[in-house]
Design a protein around this ligand. Sequence first.
Ligand SMILES: Nc1ncnc2c1ncn2[C@@H]1O[C@H](COP(=O)(O)OP(=O)(O)OP(=O)(O)O)[C@@H](O)[C@H]1O
Ligand SMILES: [Mg+2]
Length: 288
Amino acid sequence: MNAIEITGMYKQFTGKRMTKVDALKGLDLTIAAGEVFGFLGPNGAGKSTTIKLVMGLLRPTSGRAQIMGMDSCQAESRRHVGYLPENPAFYDYLSAEEYIAFVGSQFRMDKVLLTQRSEEVFKRLDLWEARKRPIRGYSKGMVQRVGLAQALVHDPDVYILDEPMSGLDPIGRSLVKDIILDLRIRGKCVFFSTHITDDVEKVCDRVGVINKGQLLVVESVETILQRGLEGYTVFLTNPDGKKEELFVKKAELQKCIEQSVILHQSVEKIEPCRKNMETFFLEIVAQQ
Ligand SMILES: Nc1ncnc2c1ncn2[C@@H]1O[C@H](COP(=O)(O)OP(=O)(O)OP(=O)(O)O)[C@@H](O)[C@H]1O
Ligand SMILES: [Mg+2]
């Protein structure tokens, strides 16, 4: 079964003075169970709109979304979803511990399991020390961590995260990447938006690029990186000990190695030179 299915999704907003904004123009996208999918797009592309529609927080102008085979208009479809909104805001007079207890009760978690899972997520997200303080005293990054904690605590099968690395320091960002990789190992489905290409390259199975409400491409990360392979840098040491660095095209690697044997050079290292995800993303968006 597909974890998320979006079919012919169209969303038009009516702004001030009846101006119309076509935020999504017929989106079709399927995310498999157990897949980590990165939803890339520049500001205003339609990422959060898509996510809100999938979560049933917005009504589509036309089209529909399903989570685990259930229409996303049905509250039941969200039972197995961990959701991180774009700008998480909580009852800030509560402490993180109280808020997570409230979330756990909404998901009807067993009390013993809730205590155990809360401890796990607080420790993982480095909120353990702060857990008894009211959220109103938290920094931006700490609030984002509470957002992640409430998405993780009930151990759902599907995670829908709107810019999970946003507002986090480099340690926090790396932590979130590790958490997503762990979820991937455990066979969970993660659908997350970002405009940071490096995040996608490290953790995703597939990537979708959206711009101006249109899905421009959906590709596996492996295919993108493989296609972007331009050649290799070969690090050599000459018989006199002098180091040399050569750039060789993809098709010329074999010839280069044969040549180095003839010249009695030793090959120290071969590094692939490839276009990264950032170049791929910029090229796709620029083509539109
Ligand atoms: N409630 C709303 N009313 C009117 N227009 C809206 C509303 N919400 C979103 N939009 C418009 O829809 C388009 C897509 O917005 P969306 O928030 O989905 O972008 P995004 O890809 O999440 O961008 P960002 O990276 O900045 O978060 C934008 O043009 C935005 O102005
Ligand atoms: Mg957004």
